[in-house]
Design a protein around this ligand. Structure first.
Ligand code: IFG
Length: 449
């Protein structure tokens, strides 16, 4: 922002003037509409879709966006600048197109209402994708017509790491979440994890195990012990039915098929399974995303590899990048919101070490993995796994304030980033989150207002 050019401008009591295409976005300001409103929303297709220009004088605010989405991001900035606005001009646009948060519904289920409330918080930091981890060993959280036991059994009582359950999204609840997110320019990315992390599938449908024998439900937090059977045709009937249902329900361009921690899948079976499954999202009109282990298989040209481990390098990911596959960067040692902040954190895990607010902020995705440079990176994601979560308050304790840090990594070019500047700006959110009843972690790294 240029130096203050005019006296402060008070938002309170102002009205908004907007063309018809921006009326819904104007609604997010929570101010009355008026043709002569002092806050003017303008569309300028010459700007990039997510870009905006905010011009504030003593008497007026002009917010111009490349699309309604760009104006919506400008609205978030306007809201952050607070009720009394400094004069000046901001011209802003995102570094990466894919700016995402993941929520694990499998280990602990969150309702549609809780997910929608989460979206309201994510958009304040211009996050534009919500990855929903819908299935895992402990629970299956999305109704699939024709496969009722997936939710009746594995979305029922006693499922999840907390053995709480029941919990699953009906088709209409999922559609409601997708629509709510889309109205806020957030694309839902559904994940059906396979061929590993499938104990919940095999509890519901024993015919999908190697010997057809029933398996017991699991409420512990172990990983890597389950696998679909690559040699069984029933496996692919199941996978095709599920992916078609999810694709039909999801307007967004992505379908995530997991692929992580398949420690019980022989490597040649893993590759054979992926050879048959990786093309399915494409056949359904979607782009496939997988955790980075899928780079061991032959990838469709537009497949996206999501890097998640803390190691400094991964040869298969570098090779996939060299072959032209795009990468989502979500290294556990920087972006995993389920990592403890420090040894005092009452929630979270620590297998990737402690992740302080500064550790979530002070890194460059383009320098994180050899062979994965700026042009290869589709974007950044902050996953939140729910093994240690029992409530929305728990979600918010681990999410805030590190999600804003990762969101700025995904939005702001490296040259514009600075830890001291970020921590000073973040401090202003303390009273806002407290007033909103948001259970954030009052990190000692920040001089909260
Ligand atoms: N790794 C597993 C998750 C979860 C996580 C907890 C991935 C891709 C550890 N897979 O992260 O299921 O258990 O931090």
């Amino acid at each position: 922002m240029r130096p203050v050019e005019a006296a402060a401008f008070g938002i309170a009591g102002a009205a908004v003037s907007a063309p018809p295409g921006l009326a819904e976005v104007a609604g997010h300001l929570g101010l009355p509409l008026a043709a002569d409103g002092a806050i003017r929303l303008v569309l300028d297709p010459a700007l990039a879709a997510e870009a905006y220009r905010l011009e504030i004088t003593a008497t007026a605010v002009t917010l111009t966006g490349g699309s309604a989405q760009g104006v919506f991001w400008g609205v978030q900035t306007l809201r952050q600048l607070g009720p009394v606005l400094p004069g000046g001009v901001i011209e802003d646009r995102p570094r990466y197109a894919y700016r995402s948060a993941m929520l694990d519904l499998a280990r602990h289920f969150f309702t549609a209402a809780e997910i929608k409330a989460h979206v309201d918080l994510l958009v304040q930091f211009k996050i534009n994708h919500l990855h929903l981890h819908l299935t895992d060993d402990q629970g299956w959280r999305l109704e699939i017509p024709g496969w009722p036991r997936l939710t009746e059994v594995s979305g029922g009582e006693g499922t999840g790491v907390d053995g709480a359950g029941p919990g699953f999204l009906t088709l209409s609840e999922y559609a409601d979440v997708v629509a709510y997110a889309a109205a806020r320019f957030v694309t839902v990315v559904p994940e059906i994890d396979m061929p590993g992390h499938v104990n919940a599938v095999q509890v519901a449908y024993p015919e999908l195990t190697a010997d057809g024998a029933p398996v017991s439900p699991r409420t512990d937090a172990e990983v890597g012990y389950s696998s679909l059977v690559a040699a069984k045709e029933e496996t692919y009937a199941f996978v095709e039915a599920v992916l078609k249902t999810v694709a039909d329900l999801t307007p967004g361009p992505y379908l995530h098929i997991g692929g992580d921690e398949c420690l019980s899948t022989p490597p040649e079976d893993y590759r054979a399974f992926l050879a048959r499954v990786l093309p399915i999202p494409g056949a359904l009109g979607k782009r496939v995303i997988g955790w980075h282990e899928i780079a061991a298989a032959d990838l469709p040209a537009d497949a996206i590899v999501q890097y998640w481990r803390p190691e400094a390098a991964d040869d298969a990911v570098s090779r996939a990048a060299a072959d032209g596959n795009q990468v989502i960067v979500s290294p556990a040692d920087r972006t995993y919101l389920d990592m403890k902040y420090d040894s005092g954190s009452p929630l979270g895990l620590d297998w990737a070490g402690h992740v302080s607010v500064r550790r979530s902020y002070d890194w460059d995705p383009a320098e994180r993995l050899p062979g994965v440079g700026e042009e290869t990176i589709l974007g950044v994601e902050a996953p939140l796994w729910s093994e240690t979560l029992r409530s929305v308050d728990d979600v918010r304790y681990l999410t805030f304030p590190r999600l804003p840090a990762v969101a700025e990594v995904a939005w702001t070019p490296q040259a514009g980033r600075d830890w001291e500047s970020f921590r000073a700006r973040l401090a202003a959110f303390g009273p806002v989150w407290t007033a909103a009843g948001i259970n954030y972690h009052r990190s000692p790294e920040i001089d909260w207002h």
